[in-house]
Ligand binder design. Structure first.
Ligand SMILES: [Mg+2]
Ligand SMILES: [Zn+2]
Length: 173
């Protein structure tokens, strides 16, 4: 069993595009301190990025673009001294009723199938209530980037960089 940090992507790793999709490189802009934060996390935890990308089902986001983008992000983290990342992507339309689109826990369950997750020692960092709902359903420690919503997260933080301090504190007790 591995302690895992689940990270939402848009709004946690990169700037969220309001009302649009990250479907070209210019739309993918990292938030401050993200690479260093992911290095730190990946040296201590398994890191699994769990992201809803319904632009794929809508034909607006090329799945190969997403894979290339994710490989590039991983390369940056590894080159900075971090470990490999894992990605779990829901490509389905919001109306498809799939098991993987957050707030459902399917992406977390997929990670668990690859390698058993130690839920008690795991975290989820997200900027949407649907992220927090997915994490809460598996009883991981949830950290909301931004303001508290419904369901309430266990903690809030201003950024992934700030969330690191919470992960460090909670995991060391
Ligand atoms: Mg998000
Ligand atoms: Zn799905």
């Amino acid at each position: 069993m591995r302690a895992t940090v689940f990270l939402d992507r848009d709004g946690v790793i990169n700037h969220r595009i309001m009302g649009g999709y990250v479907n070209h490189r210019d739309a993918f802009n990292l938030l401050p301190g993200v690479i260093q934060s992911m290095v730190w996390l990946s040296q201590r935890f398994r890191v699994a990025i769990v992201t809803n990308q319904q632009g794929i089902a809508r034909g607006l986001t090329d799945p190969q673009f997403v894979r290339d983008l994710h490989a590039d992000l991983e390369r940056q983290v590894v080159e900075a001294g971090g470990q490999a990342l894992e990605y779990f992507v829901c490509p389905h339309h919001r109306d498809a009723g799939c098991a993987c689109r957050k707030p459902r826990a399917g992406l977390l369950n997929q990670a668990h199938e690859v390698e058993a997750v130690d839920w008690e020692k795991s975290f989820l960092v997200g900027d949407s209530d649907s992220d927090i709902a997915a994490g809460a359903s598996k009883s991981v420690t949830t950290i909301k980037i931004g303001e508290q919503g419904e369901p309430a997260a266990d903690y809030t933080a201003a950024s992934l960089r700030d969330a690191i301090g919470i992960v460090e504190r909670v995991s060391s007790r």
